[in-house]
Design a protein around this ligand. Structure first.
Ligand code: PSU
Length: 304
């Protein structure tokens, strides 16, 4: 038996056939500082409710996978220090040993599949880190997208990564990369990049239809929807490039490795931009949550 606990809100949604949107918790524990992390998590949940869908934030608390976090649990997680950052490799081990951990994109996709949720909103997926030809640092998020049938709405991959290599790997893995409403891929804090979008869709209904058809055709894996940050909230990539380069150089000098790299870089970029990166990050996550809710609603129509 898998120890899973659904919140009352998620149980009601399932009973009533309401569309659900999965949310991750690493963005809360490792992606943003307290208290903005908890405030953002609550705001994103209410954005999804306002769009007539139901949020299901995932986390492992004392060995149990929670699908939908009650307010107090969310607050405790947002304040906690040294929470594990769970991916495919350590998810079950954390549960087996009664541990507490936040779910990354990869782990949230697994959790969503277990709960029967097909759409998930986050900020930006993990990917191929710069210098990966030496470090081999490639996020497990990419392989999860190739295996687990969940449509992930993100503002692309985080711009701290080697975006070109990240999308090359997704292409190799056969993951549909869909830019929403534009011909180029977004770059997390910036709405555009120089990379052409492999696929473009302008309507949530089409994204839902493609998800549904892939299931009917027996094609494994999910889709990544790259939703550009709203223009009024973006930071031009030219402004960010030197900041990202500085943060990466500091990470190398401090010998930061593996799972610690992304949280370190996000934290430093927050400091170096005097908090502007966080304001943009919050805007893009909320934007992704709204699109995910529309896709989940369209998908519900197709499944009945
Ligand atoms: N989106 C954000 N902030 C984050 C993340 C996503 O806006 O911190 C998290 C996700 O959980 C993603 C993780 O899976 O960053 C990537 O970590 P890594 O590069 O170590 O795979």
């Amino acid at each position: 038996m898998i120890p899973i606990l659904e919140s009352a809100e998620v149980k009601d949604a399932e009973r009533e056939g309401k569309p659900l949107v999965a949310l991750e918790s690493t963005i809360i524990t490792h992606g943003m500082p307290y208290p903005q992390n908890v405030e953002t998590a609550r705001q994103v949940e209410s954005d999804i409710r306002a769009a007539d869908a139901v949020p299901a934030t995932m986390a492992v608390l004392n060995g149990t996978l929670h699908v939908g976090l009650e307010d107090a649990a969310l607050d405790a997680l947002g304040r906690a220090k040294n929470v594990a950052k769970l991916s495919r490799a350590d998810f079950a081990a954390c549960m087996a040993t009664g541990g507490t951990g936040a779910t990354t994109v990869a782990a949230t996709m697994i959790a969503a599949r277990l709960a029967g949720i097909e759409v998930f909103a986050t900020g930006g997926i993990g990917g191929v880190h710069k210098g990966a030809e030496v470090s081999f640092d490639i996020s497990a998020d990419l392989h999860e997208l190739a295996q687990t049938r969940v449509t992930v709405v993100a503002a692309g991959a985080k711009a701290i990564l080697d975006l070109n290599k990240t999308f090359e790997v997704l292409e190799t893995l056969g993951v549909p990369v869909i830019a929403y409403g534009q011909d180029v891929l977004p770059a997390f804090w910036s709405s555009t990049s120089e990379l052409p979008a492999p696929l473009r869709m302008d309507h949530a209904a089409d994204i839902a239809k493609a998800h549904h058809l892939r299931a009917e055709m027996g094609i494994a894996g999910g889709q990544i929807v790259c939703n550009p940050i709203p223009h009024d909230a973006e930071i031009p990539s030219g402004d960010l490039a030197p900041v990202i380069a500085k943060a990466i150089a500091e990470a190398e000098a401090a010998d930061i490795k593996a799972k610690d790299v992304t949280p370190f870089l996000l934290g430093r970029i927050f400091e170096l931009t005097n908090g502007k990166s966080l304001v943009a990050n919050i805007a893009l996550v909320r934007n992704n949550a709204r699109l995910a809710a529309s896709i989940a609603k369209e998908l519900r129509e197709l499944s009945v």
